[in-house]
Design a binder for this molecule. Structure first.
Ligand SMILES: C[S@@+](CC[C@H](N)C(=O)[O-])C[C@H]1O[C@@H](n2cnc3c(N)ncnc32)[C@H](O)[C@@H]1O
Length: 264
Protein backbone atom coordinates (compact mmCIF):
# COMPACT_ATOMS: atom_id res chain seq x y z
CA UNK A 1 0.00 0.00 0.00
CA UNK A 2 1.23 3.51 -0.82
CA UNK A 3 2.39 5.43 2.26
CA UNK A 4 0.03 8.39 1.71
CA UNK A 5 -2.98 6.13 2.21
CA UNK A 6 -2.12 5.05 5.75
CA UNK A 7 -2.89 8.51 7.20
CA UNK A 8 -5.60 9.31 4.65
CA UNK A 9 -7.50 6.10 5.42
CA UNK A 10 -7.38 6.73 9.16
CA UNK A 11 -8.48 10.37 8.83
CA UNK A 12 -11.32 9.42 6.45
CA UNK A 13 -12.62 6.77 8.83
CA UNK A 14 -12.34 9.22 11.73
CA UNK A 15 -14.50 11.76 9.84
CA UNK A 16 -17.06 9.04 9.02
CA UNK A 17 -17.13 8.07 12.71
CA UNK A 18 -18.48 11.58 13.45
CA UNK A 19 -21.50 10.73 11.27
CA UNK A 20 -20.26 12.78 8.29
CA UNK A 21 -20.20 11.71 4.64
CA UNK A 22 -17.16 12.17 2.43
CA UNK A 23 -17.41 13.19 -1.22
CA UNK A 24 -14.74 10.70 -2.27
CA UNK A 25 -16.08 7.39 -3.63
CA UNK A 26 -13.11 5.71 -1.95
CA UNK A 27 -14.54 6.01 1.56
CA UNK A 28 -17.84 5.03 3.08
CA UNK A 29 -19.31 3.11 5.98
CA UNK A 30 -18.62 -0.62 5.86
CA UNK A 31 -21.21 -3.42 6.02
CA UNK A 32 -20.95 -4.98 9.50
CA UNK A 33 -22.21 -8.32 8.16
CA UNK A 34 -23.78 -9.52 4.93
CA UNK A 35 -27.43 -8.78 4.20
CA UNK A 36 -27.54 -11.42 1.41
CA UNK A 37 -28.53 -15.05 1.44
CA UNK A 38 -25.14 -16.53 0.52
CA UNK A 39 -26.53 -20.04 1.08
CA UNK A 40 -29.07 -19.51 -1.72
CA UNK A 41 -26.51 -17.75 -3.92
CA UNK A 42 -23.96 -20.59 -3.63
CA UNK A 43 -26.43 -23.49 -3.91
CA UNK A 44 -25.49 -25.61 -6.94
CA UNK A 45 -22.40 -23.51 -7.74
CA UNK A 46 -19.08 -25.33 -7.67
CA UNK A 47 -16.71 -23.28 -5.53
CA UNK A 48 -14.36 -25.99 -4.25
CA UNK A 49 -11.04 -25.84 -6.12
CA UNK A 50 -12.04 -22.68 -8.03
CA UNK A 51 -10.37 -19.28 -8.32
CA UNK A 52 -12.75 -16.76 -6.80
CA UNK A 53 -12.90 -12.96 -7.01
CA UNK A 54 -15.27 -11.30 -4.61
CA UNK A 55 -16.50 -7.97 -3.41
CA UNK A 56 -14.92 -7.48 0.02
CA UNK A 57 -17.75 -5.58 1.82
CA UNK A 58 -18.16 -7.12 5.33
CA UNK A 59 -15.67 -9.93 4.44
CA UNK A 60 -18.49 -12.48 4.81
CA UNK A 61 -18.24 -13.34 1.08
CA UNK A 62 -14.49 -13.97 1.48
CA UNK A 63 -14.82 -16.22 4.54
CA UNK A 64 -17.77 -17.95 2.87
CA UNK A 65 -15.72 -18.76 -0.26
CA UNK A 66 -12.76 -19.91 1.85
CA UNK A 67 -15.15 -22.09 3.89
CA UNK A 68 -16.44 -23.66 0.64
CA UNK A 69 -12.81 -24.58 -0.15
CA UNK A 70 -12.11 -22.20 -3.04
CA UNK A 71 -8.58 -22.70 -4.39
CA UNK A 72 -7.87 -18.96 -4.15
CA UNK A 73 -9.93 -15.94 -3.12
CA UNK A 74 -8.99 -12.40 -4.19
CA UNK A 75 -11.02 -9.34 -3.22
CA UNK A 76 -12.10 -5.97 -4.65
CA UNK A 77 -14.15 -3.05 -3.39
CA UNK A 78 -14.62 0.63 -4.16
CA UNK A 79 -14.34 1.39 -0.42
CA UNK A 80 -10.77 1.40 0.89
CA UNK A 81 -11.93 0.87 4.48
CA UNK A 82 -13.15 -2.66 3.76
CA UNK A 83 -9.62 -4.11 3.86
CA UNK A 84 -9.15 -2.80 7.42
CA UNK A 85 -12.39 -4.45 8.49
CA UNK A 86 -11.18 -7.74 6.96
CA UNK A 87 -8.30 -7.77 9.47
CA UNK A 88 -10.58 -6.85 12.38
CA UNK A 89 -12.84 -9.78 11.39
CA UNK A 90 -9.81 -12.07 11.09
CA UNK A 91 -8.48 -11.13 14.56
CA UNK A 92 -11.97 -11.47 16.08
CA UNK A 93 -12.15 -15.03 14.76
CA UNK A 94 -8.57 -15.92 15.63
CA UNK A 95 -8.15 -14.42 19.09
CA UNK A 96 -11.73 -14.09 20.42
CA UNK A 97 -13.38 -17.05 18.68
CA UNK A 98 -16.33 -14.82 17.71
CA UNK A 99 -17.79 -14.21 14.25
CA UNK A 100 -18.27 -10.42 14.46
CA UNK A 101 -16.38 -7.79 16.48
CA UNK A 102 -18.00 -6.56 19.67
CA UNK A 103 -17.36 -2.87 19.01
CA UNK A 104 -20.73 -1.30 18.27
CA UNK A 105 -21.61 -0.45 21.87
CA UNK A 106 -18.51 1.72 22.23
CA UNK A 107 -16.79 -1.29 23.79
CA UNK A 108 -13.20 -0.10 23.84
CA UNK A 109 -12.03 -2.54 26.47
CA UNK A 110 -12.91 -5.41 24.12
CA UNK A 111 -10.93 -3.79 21.28
CA UNK A 112 -7.94 -2.97 23.52
CA UNK A 113 -7.70 -6.57 24.70
CA UNK A 114 -7.95 -7.85 21.12
CA UNK A 115 -5.30 -5.51 19.67
CA UNK A 116 -2.80 -6.54 22.37
CA UNK A 117 -2.92 -10.12 21.08
CA UNK A 118 -2.34 -9.40 17.38
CA UNK A 119 0.97 -10.45 15.87
CA UNK A 120 0.97 -9.17 12.27
CA UNK A 121 2.25 -11.57 9.60
CA UNK A 122 2.39 -9.16 6.65
CA UNK A 123 2.63 -5.47 5.82
CA UNK A 124 -1.10 -4.88 5.38
CA UNK A 125 -1.91 -6.61 8.65
CA UNK A 126 0.63 -4.33 10.39
CA UNK A 127 -0.96 -1.25 8.74
CA UNK A 128 -4.42 -2.39 9.86
CA UNK A 129 -3.15 -2.93 13.42
CA UNK A 130 -1.70 0.61 13.56
CA UNK A 131 -4.98 1.95 12.10
CA UNK A 132 -7.13 0.34 14.81
CA UNK A 133 -4.65 1.24 17.58
CA UNK A 134 -5.05 4.90 16.58
CA UNK A 135 -8.83 4.49 16.73
CA UNK A 136 -8.46 2.87 20.13
CA UNK A 137 -6.26 5.66 21.49
CA UNK A 138 -8.59 8.36 20.13
CA UNK A 139 -11.64 6.54 21.53
CA UNK A 140 -13.50 6.36 18.20
CA UNK A 141 -17.21 5.62 18.31
CA UNK A 142 -17.43 2.75 15.82
CA UNK A 143 -21.22 2.71 15.43
CA UNK A 144 -21.10 5.33 12.67
CA UNK A 145 -18.45 3.41 10.74
CA UNK A 146 -20.86 0.62 9.83
CA UNK A 147 -24.08 0.05 7.95
CA UNK A 148 -26.04 -1.74 10.63
CA UNK A 149 -28.53 -4.48 10.07
CA UNK A 150 -31.65 -3.06 11.72
CA UNK A 151 -33.08 -1.76 8.46
CA UNK A 152 -31.55 -4.45 6.21
CA UNK A 153 -32.67 -7.92 5.12
CA UNK A 154 -31.22 -10.75 7.24
CA UNK A 155 -28.16 -12.30 5.66
CA UNK A 156 -27.16 -15.96 5.78
CA UNK A 157 -23.70 -17.47 5.33
CA UNK A 158 -22.76 -21.13 4.71
CA UNK A 159 -20.58 -21.12 7.83
CA UNK A 160 -22.39 -20.99 11.17
CA UNK A 161 -19.77 -20.83 13.91
CA UNK A 162 -16.21 -19.49 14.40
CA UNK A 163 -15.01 -23.13 14.52
CA UNK A 164 -16.24 -23.58 10.92
CA UNK A 165 -13.67 -20.97 9.86
CA UNK A 166 -10.71 -22.42 11.77
CA UNK A 167 -8.84 -23.24 8.52
CA UNK A 168 -9.86 -20.03 6.75
CA UNK A 169 -7.79 -17.50 8.68
CA UNK A 170 -4.90 -16.73 6.36
CA UNK A 171 -3.93 -13.04 6.62
CA UNK A 172 -2.92 -13.09 2.94
CA UNK A 173 -5.59 -11.39 0.84
CA UNK A 174 -4.98 -9.85 -2.58
CA UNK A 175 -7.22 -6.75 -2.42
CA UNK A 176 -7.77 -4.24 -5.23
CA UNK A 177 -9.60 -0.97 -4.79
CA UNK A 178 -11.61 -0.70 -7.98
CA UNK A 179 -14.83 0.84 -9.23
CA UNK A 180 -16.61 -1.82 -11.27
CA UNK A 181 -18.34 0.98 -13.22
CA UNK A 182 -15.03 2.34 -14.52
CA UNK A 183 -12.98 0.64 -17.24
CA UNK A 184 -10.41 -1.67 -15.64
CA UNK A 185 -7.12 -2.99 -16.87
CA UNK A 186 -7.82 -6.67 -16.24
CA UNK A 187 -4.73 -8.77 -15.47
CA UNK A 188 -6.30 -11.96 -14.12
CA UNK A 189 -9.45 -13.99 -14.74
CA UNK A 190 -11.56 -16.16 -12.41
CA UNK A 191 -13.99 -19.09 -12.30
CA UNK A 192 -16.43 -17.49 -9.84
CA UNK A 193 -17.05 -13.78 -9.17
CA UNK A 194 -19.29 -12.46 -6.37
CA UNK A 195 -20.52 -8.95 -7.10
CA UNK A 196 -23.23 -8.73 -4.43
CA UNK A 197 -25.93 -6.22 -5.49
CA UNK A 198 -23.49 -3.71 -7.02
CA UNK A 199 -25.47 -3.70 -10.31
CA UNK A 200 -28.49 -2.28 -8.41
CA UNK A 201 -26.48 0.93 -8.26
CA UNK A 202 -26.19 1.30 -12.03
CA UNK A 203 -29.90 1.09 -12.81
CA UNK A 204 -30.18 4.83 -13.48
CA UNK A 205 -27.08 4.99 -15.70
CA UNK A 206 -26.84 2.22 -18.29
CA UNK A 207 -23.34 3.35 -19.31
CA UNK A 208 -22.25 2.06 -15.90
CA UNK A 209 -24.03 -1.26 -16.52
CA UNK A 210 -22.25 -1.54 -19.89
CA UNK A 211 -18.82 -0.85 -18.40
CA UNK A 212 -19.46 -3.37 -15.59
CA UNK A 213 -20.51 -6.01 -18.18
CA UNK A 214 -17.34 -5.37 -20.22
CA UNK A 215 -15.09 -5.55 -17.15
CA UNK A 216 -16.77 -8.73 -15.93
CA UNK A 217 -16.55 -10.35 -19.38
CA UNK A 218 -12.75 -10.01 -19.17
CA UNK A 219 -12.54 -11.07 -15.53
CA UNK A 220 -14.61 -14.26 -15.97
CA UNK A 221 -13.16 -17.43 -17.56
CA UNK A 222 -15.14 -19.29 -20.20
CA UNK A 223 -17.90 -21.26 -18.41
CA UNK A 224 -17.25 -19.18 -15.27
CA UNK A 225 -20.04 -17.46 -13.34
CA UNK A 226 -20.85 -14.04 -11.89
CA UNK A 227 -23.10 -14.32 -8.83
CA UNK A 228 -25.42 -11.36 -8.25
CA UNK A 229 -28.05 -10.32 -5.69
CA UNK A 230 -31.02 -8.07 -6.25
CA UNK A 231 -31.75 -6.26 -3.00
CA UNK A 232 -33.17 -2.95 -4.20
CA UNK A 233 -36.56 -3.19 -5.87
CA UNK A 234 -35.97 -2.99 -9.61
CA UNK A 235 -38.67 -3.05 -12.28
CA UNK A 236 -38.79 -6.03 -14.65
CA UNK A 237 -37.80 -3.70 -17.51
CA UNK A 238 -34.66 -2.53 -15.61
CA UNK A 239 -33.60 -6.15 -15.13
CA UNK A 240 -34.40 -6.96 -18.77
CA UNK A 241 -32.25 -4.05 -19.98
CA UNK A 242 -29.39 -5.24 -17.78
CA UNK A 243 -29.78 -8.78 -19.20
CA UNK A 244 -29.62 -7.39 -22.75
CA UNK A 245 -26.42 -5.47 -21.96
CA UNK A 246 -24.85 -8.63 -20.51
CA UNK A 247 -26.16 -10.91 -23.30
CA UNK A 248 -23.18 -10.64 -25.73
CA UNK A 249 -21.02 -12.28 -23.04
CA UNK A 250 -23.34 -14.01 -20.54
CA UNK A 251 -26.48 -16.20 -20.21
CA UNK A 252 -28.69 -15.28 -17.23
CA UNK A 253 -30.13 -17.78 -14.73
CA UNK A 254 -32.64 -16.59 -12.07
CA UNK A 255 -32.25 -18.09 -8.55
CA UNK A 256 -34.82 -16.75 -6.07
CA UNK A 257 -33.65 -13.31 -4.99
CA UNK A 258 -30.31 -13.89 -6.65
CA UNK A 259 -29.23 -14.49 -10.24
CA UNK A 260 -26.22 -15.86 -12.04
CA UNK A 261 -24.53 -14.73 -15.26
CA UNK A 262 -22.86 -17.71 -17.01
CA UNK A 263 -19.93 -16.71 -19.24
CA UNK A 264 -20.47 -17.90 -22.81
C1 LIG B 1 -23.32 -3.41 -2.93
S1 LIG B 1 -22.82 -3.34 -1.21
C2 LIG B 1 -24.17 -4.09 -0.34
C3 LIG B 1 -23.90 -5.06 0.79
C4 LIG B 1 -23.98 -6.49 0.37
N1 LIG B 1 -25.33 -6.85 -0.06
C5 LIG B 1 -23.50 -7.48 1.44
O1 LIG B 1 -24.22 -8.41 1.78
O2 LIG B 1 -22.36 -7.30 1.90
C6 LIG B 1 -21.45 -4.38 -1.11
C7 LIG B 1 -20.13 -3.68 -1.36
O3 LIG B 1 -20.05 -3.24 -2.70
C8 LIG B 1 -19.14 -2.15 -2.75
N2 LIG B 1 -19.38 -1.41 -3.99
C9 LIG B 1 -20.43 -0.61 -4.26
N3 LIG B 1 -20.32 -0.09 -5.51
C10 LIG B 1 -19.18 -0.58 -6.04
C11 LIG B 1 -18.52 -0.41 -7.28
N4 LIG B 1 -19.01 0.39 -8.22
N5 LIG B 1 -17.35 -1.06 -7.50
C12 LIG B 1 -16.81 -1.87 -6.54
N6 LIG B 1 -17.41 -2.06 -5.33
C13 LIG B 1 -18.56 -1.43 -5.08
C14 LIG B 1 -19.47 -1.36 -1.48
O4 LIG B 1 -18.38 -0.55 -1.09
C15 LIG B 1 -19.78 -2.47 -0.47
O5 LIG B 1 -18.65 -2.77 0.31
Amino acid sequence: MEKKYKTKDYLASRIISYGKELESKEYDRVYYRTNEDLQELCRGVEIEGKDVYSVLASSDHIFNARYLKAKSVDAFDINRLTIYYFYLRLWTLKYKNELYPNILGHNHRWLGELLKQVKPKNEMEQIALTHFKKHYITDTNFSNLFFLLDSQPTGYTCFQTPEDLRDCLSPELDFQRIDLFEEQEVKKDYDVIFISNILDRSRKDLNKTTTAAENLSQMTRKDGVVLCSNLIFRRMEDLEREREIFSPYFEKEQKGHSYVYHRK
